[in-house]
Design a protein around this ligand. Structure first.
Ligand code: KDG
Length: 328
């Protein structure tokens, strides 16, 4: 049985070596990516049991990703394989930014195999096999099929007693603000733990007031127990500050700590997912919002210093970083 299961698209990430360009460079580094995989891999590296539900092409690229998934300790038991001739893996290309040049992301994910997934593809015995289910707005946005499969899973996991975690993760290239608002609002009644940025809360959901007002309002409207919102300040392109606010509804209490200052950013992709993994780890392991805050902030700060989407850190290191942070 699992502590956490997630559903989402697993992507192949092809990135130019640091300081090389997509337009002229000869080499791409090959890695695994995808927001929900990043989250469960972070939770696994901290020591809990997780798995990813997704659909991959049954070819060498699918096998490459399956190997990566296993390598970071995430179960591949619930992966479905596409054996059709049209089987396709979503890819995203990444070029690191170096000031004053911004990072570049090019998505090539249309018609990827995951978009053919159907609610009936998900075996019924999965629903009683986990303490927590996580997905994000990306899964609602990708296609009709990923949307109905996500919605169906959210309802069934909830009915089976699992906690439902949802990261709004708004992607402007996948859907409009209006569509995102309508579809996400329809699943919020099932959500126990919500991750939403202040900017998205204001722009997409039309919320007003301070961040604390906004989080409280979501909690009141939808009976969400834990709400988390990150805050990043870019001091210079390679120096960022990262912190977050968590609201715990049953205690009617906000949790916040001094942000991590002067993080040396090597690769910020996946740092939001690392935050989610730390928060969920703190909640699953300790049932405590203070721990959730500390693990979330530390996991995200560390991820910024590591190449690739996946967190690549463990509990021992995170614990040391949390202790160091408290003593600064
Ligand atoms: O959060 C990291 C993701 O942006 C990356 O893994 C790619 O899943 C991805 C997406 O849709 O942007």
């Amino acid at each position: 049985d699992f502590d956490a299961l997630a559903f989402g698209e697993i992507l192949l990430r092809l990135s130019s070596p640091v300081n090389e360009r997509i337009t002229t460079g000869a080499v791409f580094e090959k890695r695994a990516g995808g927001a929900e995989l990043n989250v469960v891999s972070g939770i696994s590296l901290m020591g809990l049991r997780t798995g990813i539900i997704s659909k991959l092409p049954k070819n060498e690229l699918g096998t490459y990703l399956k190997n990566n998934i296993r390598f970071c300790g995430v179960s591949d038991d619930w992966l479905i394989y596409d054996e059709s001739k049209e089987a396709r893996l979503g890819i995203y290309y990444y070029e690191h930014g170096v000031y004053p040049r911004k990072p570049t992301v090019v998505y090539d994910r249309k018609n990827a195999s995951v978009n053919t997934i159907k609610p009936e593809d998900i075996p019924e015995d999965i629903y009683s096999s986990t303490r927590l289910f996580h997905t994000s707005g990306i899964s609602l946005a990708l296609s009709e099929q990923t949307r109905s499969t996500s919605e169906n899973m959210i309802k069934k996991f909830k009915a089976a007693g699992a906690l439902i975690s949802f990261d709004v993760n708004f992607r402007a290239n996948l859907w409009s603000e209006e569509e995102a608002k309508a579809k996400i609002e329809s699943i919020l009644p099932y959500v126990d733990i919500l991750f939403v940025s202040e900017e998205t809360a204001r722009r997409t959901f039309g919320k007003e007031g301070s961040l604390t007002d906004i989080l409280k309002e979501f909690a009141k409207e939808y009976d969400i127990e834990v709400l988390a919102s990150t805050e990043r300040k870019i001091i210079s392109p390679k120096k960022h500050t990262f912190g977050s606010t968590i609201y715990c509804k049953s205690e009617d209490k906000f949790y916040k700590e001094a942000p991590y200052e002067n993080i040396e950013v090597v690769d910020r992709i996946g740092s939001g997912d690392a935050y989610v993994s730390g928060v969920l780890y703190g909640l699953l392991e300790y049932g405590d919002c203070q721990k959730a805050l500390e693990y979330g902030n530390a996991a995200s700060a560390v991820k910024n210093t590591i190449l690739g989407d996946l967190p690549s850190t463990d509990k021992k290191e995170i614990d040391r970083i949390i202790d160091g942070h408290k003593n600064t």
